[in-house]
Design a protein around this ligand. Structure first.
Ligand SMILES: *Cc1c(COP(=O)(O)O)cnc(C)c1O
Length: 378
């Protein structure tokens, strides 16, 4: 197999034989001419079922995650919804790890619950708690690592073995790490989930999602639901994510170099009570992260010694760090999880502290980012 960056640029993206396009064309056609009834030229029939731009993206994503099949969706949550419908039925149970993404928690606890799927939150860093949460009806153990927004780290190989003992699938949301830093299927996960909206797209200009699997039977089941439910990504989105993938490696290198500098700066600031970044040696998940990731990523969060008002003030005073939800784009973002991205987890076991600020560290010059935080914290 070729290296990661080579795959990001070439997998699924061979120039088209007829024209030699070096970049995968944006195919907008919704339907494809048949040579006689059922005589499909390239296997394409109707664009919900398959579209050549989406096929290219799916092949590239599968190659990057080292899975056999990837499927692209209209958003990360559309991918998650399709997955839950494909593998659960009324009475099925999901174990949901720690501080999962607020939207994932809402989907499982409020939407899937209405069609009979039950769930139990569990701390995936505590194997006994995980085992205790698992029931005979558990179909899925849902793991995010590192988590959003607390940057907790779960041991993927260990979680996979516990899930598999119980006959459940291990789903890993790999949005924060991206396949450049972590490839969960190689560690025993059954399904990788992505919000391609984040690092894979990388430029804050496309919403998309993906599922990646290695098992052919599971792939077939998911592909059936992708088509039957219809939450597919559009061709322009696919094209933008494909373009983003090509620079994923160089972007992640800079994201994490900048994040490490910012983490170090915050650690030394008197207004900061604590910094959550898996690259810091005293982070509780540091050793596991060092074992299963090739780098520590571009996301971090920190708590303000003076509490929630101070956290809100920093978010509002930052200028280069744009106050906005989402993450993973080239520009740095700052947000207040308790009131913004994770507001839907308020009052639940997944509630996040009010004095917490989350940063998506972009690829600007680190000196400028630190100067901005310095003025915001003063
Ligand atoms: C954003 C996000 C999602 C949801 O993806 P959308 O593309 O917004 O639907 C899921 N998981 C994580 C970790 C995310 O950051």
């Amino acid at each position: 197999m070729t290296g990661f960056n080579t795959r990001a640029i070439h997998a699924g993206q061979d120039p088209t034989p007829a024209t030699g396009d070096v970049v995968v064309p944006l195919h907008l056609a919704t339907t494809f001419k048949q040579d006689g009834v059922g005589g499909l030229r390239g296997g394409y029939e109707y664009a919900r079922s398959a579209n050549p731009t989406r096929t290219a993206l799916q092949e590239a994503l599968a190659a990057l995650e080292q899975g056999r099949t990837a499927l692209a969706f209209a958003s990360g949550l559309a991918a998650e919804d399709t997955l839950l419908r494909a593998v659960c039925e009324p009475g099925s149970h999901v174990v949901l790890g720690g501080d999962a993404y607020g939207g994932t928690f809402r989907l499982i606890s409020r939407v899937a619950a209405r069609w009979g799927v039950e769930h139990t939150p569990a701390d995936l860093n505590d194997v006994d708690a995980l085992r205790a949460a698992i029931r005979p009806s558990t179909r899925v153990v849902w793991c995010e690592t590192p988590t959003n927004p607390l940057l907790n780290v779960a041991d993927i190989a260990l979680t996979a073995s516990v899930a598999h003992e119980a006959g459940a699938l291990l789903v890993v949301d790999n949005t924060f790490a991206s396949p450049y830093l972590q490839q969960p299927l190689t560690l025993g996960a059954d399904v990788v989930v992505h919000s391609t909206t984040k690092y894979l797209g990388g430029h804050s200009d496309v919403v998309g999602g993906a599922l990646v699997v290695d098992d052919d039977e599971l792939a077939e089941r998911l592909a059936y639901h992708q088509n039957a439910m219809g939450a597919v990504s559009g061709p322009l989105s696919d094209w933008l994510v494909l373009r983003g993938l090509k620079t994923l490696g160089v972007r992640m290198d800079r994201h994490q170099a900048n994040a490490a500098r910012v983490a170090e700066y915050l650690l030394g600031h008197p207004a900061v009570a604590s910094v959550r970044y898996p690259g810091l040696p005293d982070h509780p998940g540091h050793e596991i992260a060092a074992k299963q990731m090739s780098g520590f990523g571009g996301m971090l969060s920190f708590r303000l010694a003076a509490g929630e008002d101070a956290a809100l003030r920093v978010c509002e005073r930052a200028r280069l760090f744009t106050l906005a939800e989402s993450l993973g784009g080239v520009e740095s973002l700052i947000e207040h999880p308790a009131r913004m991205t994770h507001a839907s987890a308020a009052g639940s076991p997944l509630e996040v502290p009010g004095d917490l600020v989350r940063l998506s560290v972009g690829i600007e010059d680190a000196e400028d980012l630190i100067l901005d935080l310095d003025q915001a914290l003063t």
